[in-house]
Design a binder for this molecule. Structure first.
Ligand code: DGI
Ligand code: FE
Ligand code: FE
Ligand code: FE
Length: 184
């Protein structure tokens, strides 16, 4: 499947506003890739597909997690986390993506993980700071991203963890590990 075909297929999976977000992540990921020395084509590909299953019914995502051998532990944490690993599965099996690094960038774009690759960091950070995002601290993240990939991403994880604490929600272990790893 070529880029244009992928875009047409992804667009109809989501409402207009989420497609606008996806375009923002695509543009931002390309800029960050050029800035920090990653392949912009791979960064854009991961960005196109990163939220592909975001609007799937919960049961459809849970079905993929159960039936395709994704980590069952996910089912114990916030449903918001599920679309990332499910998206990686969909990218591979419905869009024919074979680049394991791109699949991992999709898989870990929400949670992060210990020892993230540069591509994973770029997609996760682009998701935090694309132009349509507006949350307390986003401008600090954008500012940090001019020079410091890790510090910008750390600020992103800090903001997510604070948000989850405030809401009294569970925190997925990979997010804590991703943050701790950036502080090592
Ligand atoms: O899909 P997006 O909205 O573009 O962004 P995302 O994939 O980063 O999803 C973020 C949502 O996931 C946000 O509302 C917080 C929620 N979430 C729930 N539990 C966790 C979590 N995010 C992280 N990183 N870690 C969690 O444990
Ligand atoms: Fe997402
Ligand atoms: Fe994210
Ligand atoms: Fe996103």
């Amino acid at each position: 499947m070529n880029r244009e075909q992928m875009i047409e297929k992804v667009k109809v999976e989501m409402p207009e506003r989420r497609w606008l977000h996806t375009q923002g992540v695509m543009e931002t990921a390309v800029v960050l890739a050029e800035r920090f020395g990653e392949d912009p084509v791979r960064a854009e590909l991961a960005a196109i597909l990163h939220d592909v299953s975001k609007y799937w019914p919960t049961e459809r995502m849970a079905g993929i997690i159960r039936d395709k051998g994704l980590p069952a532990e996910l089912l114990l944490y916030d449903k918001e986390l599920w679309h990332a690993p499910v998206g990686a599965w969909v990218a591979e099996h419905e869009y024919g993506v074979t680049d394991a690094g791109v699949l991992d960038a999709i898989r870990y774009h929400t949670s992060g993980r210990r020892g993230m690759s540069k591509l994973e960091k770029i997609v996760c950070l682009a998701d935090y700071m694309e132009p349509g995002r507006d949350f307390p601290g986003v401008d600090t993240i954008r500012e940090l991203s001019r020079e410091h990939l890790d510090q910008a991403l750390l600020a992103g994880f800090n903001s997510t963890i604070s948000f989850l604490l405030e809401k009294g929600k569970r925190i997925f272990p990979l997010t804590l590990e991703a943050r701790n790893c950036l502080l090592e």
